[in-house]
Write a protein that binds this ligand. Sequence first.
Ligand SMILES: *Cc1c(COP(=O)(O)O)cnc(C)c1O
Length: 425
Amino acid sequence: MKAEKLFALASRYMPGGVSSPVRAYKPYPFFVEHAKGSKIYDVDGREYIDYCLAYGPLVLGHGNEEVKTAVREQLEKGWLYGTPHEKEIELAKKIIAHYPSVEMVRFVNTGSEATMAGIRLARGFKERDKIVKIEGGFHGAHDSVLVKAGSGATTFGIPDSKGIPKDSVKNTLQVPFNDAAALSTMLEKNSGEVAAVIIEPVMGNVGPIPPQDNYLSDVREITKENDVLLILDEVITGFRLALGGAQEFYGIDADLTILGKIVGGGFPIGVFGGRRELMELIAPSGAVYHAGTFSGNPVSITAGLKTIEIIARERVPQRINKLGERMRAALSEIVRDSGVESYVSGVGSMFKVFFSPSGKEVKNYADALRCDKNKYMVLFHKMLDSGVFLPPSQFETNFISSAHTEEDIERTIEEYKENIDNSHS
Ligand SMILES: *Cc1c(COP(=O)(O)O)cnc(C)c1O
């Protein structure tokens, strides 16, 4: 296997052999040769149907031709200006059109950067230091949110990273997902000290965990009652659940919205936005500082613009959400028939088989942590050997893209059936 040799080499020059933790799994990850549509191909000549999809951005699948053409045309005109260009206005207008709670945006380079600056803005606006996050919520890899953090941090057992000053995490309070009463109590206990609640509307980094009925509207109410800002981290849900993200899908709004992943069409991006009164606090119009060399770069902006155009024209959310429903229904049936203790979770184009004790519903971080990670990795490897690439962690979401065909979905269901049955026997 070429991959084995490459991984040994990569491990010599990069910690764990990878550029981001969750990409590493035992004995070694496959190395990509190329990717197209719903498929990813490795250096050892194998083809996989891809449900990892770079952890969310690739809602049109790999190598979309229209996006490629638009980016090529942009490259002819240069790829970084360090000065304003018209496409920034176009993308800002598109985001604002789909997210009514957003009146102004700032473009940044990653979701992590967007939550970091968004939290700073909330603190600056309220002149308070504390924030509340959800246990297992993931908002990127910076100091104030790496506490009980999901994604690779949970996969590798380091949800509270070393190297973070106690003084910075003492301001990060935590409550469980799907528990409005806990949030209410936390805000009352810390009355006048909390700037914002930051939350993923669908938890995406401990596996997909949807909000229960009325939870999000309760969160909205509770934050208003307690005079605290609500930051909705729609880095995964934005332009995926619906064009207007979870806000459109669940009929809620936010004080600050965080976007990323899809909005850059597969190129690095992050966005934070909200109403004018808040956003005008950002430098140079206000006193909350944020800056970035690569921010608003024309390549990411171009790819994002084209991607959103295609999502709207081809009604991508409706299509992929339907495929997601088909997948979850079939998986639930497979799981039931096999008698394997597991629970099928998800919403829209996101899905996951949780190896949950007694098949109990997974409603929050604590429930997710009770799932059998080892059993999941057995399934992961069997699926990989069958030509289906799932994310290599019990705690990462499977995504469907518009490049996935019904045939891909049916084949995947067959492979699940075969492999879940086998793992049982
Ligand atoms: C991926 C993710 C981030 C971080 O985005 P990066 O671009 O990886 O920095 C933040 N929030 C959520 C909900 C995410 O899924």
